[in-house]
Ligand binder design. Sequence first.
Ligand SMILES: [Zn+2]
Length: 230
Amino acid sequence: MGTIKLYLDDPYLKEFESRVLEKKGNIILLEKTAFYPEGGGQPYDTGIIYGNEEYSVIRVFKEGDMVYHELDRNFSDEENVRGRINWDRRYSHMRHHTAIHVLSGILFKDYGARITGSQIYEDRARMDINYDLGREMLPEIEAKANEIVKKGLEVTWYYIDRKDFRDDMVRIREDLLPEGDKLRIVEIKGFDMQADGGTHVKNTSEIGNIKITKYENKGKMNKRIYINLL
Ligand SMILES: [Zn+2]
């Protein structure tokens, strides 16, 4: 059985308690965690693990279905710990991640464009678009994205059977889809559905104003844009 991933059901959870299942030097495996491991273009969380002492979490990564926490020093502490994630960093990732879904929803619906890659940072995000997107189209796309933000649409997440999966639920290349019988869907109510394993805000109004700050022409069907949230 894998680590219980508390962040999938409740991305707003900041603190949790867990048993330590494994410790190897400065790496620990927990029974459950609110720490998001690197994946899907969303960076890992940082934060603190509290035993008898305090440890900084400097990296979180996934191996198979297990989530490992890399600490600032060797762990030889209690079997039960408390964890607290760096909320400012995580919340910024959540806002940028949902912003990417808003933009990719517009690009797919209105232009038939797919996203071939994306990367979230604490203060910006990058998207690679498989479409002949001209620079002159950016103001229109940005305006459409901000309309969705202003509408304050609810964002939900749930699981579906793989057999119920439809081609239009994916914006990324199909070969990047996670494995397994169940697929997690992130839905912006009435607007967009995507297969996704990341953490999102629960309402598009939390994203803030989306600004497309940079455009790179990397080939006819390969454009890269950067966004900032104001
Ligand atoms: Zn996503």
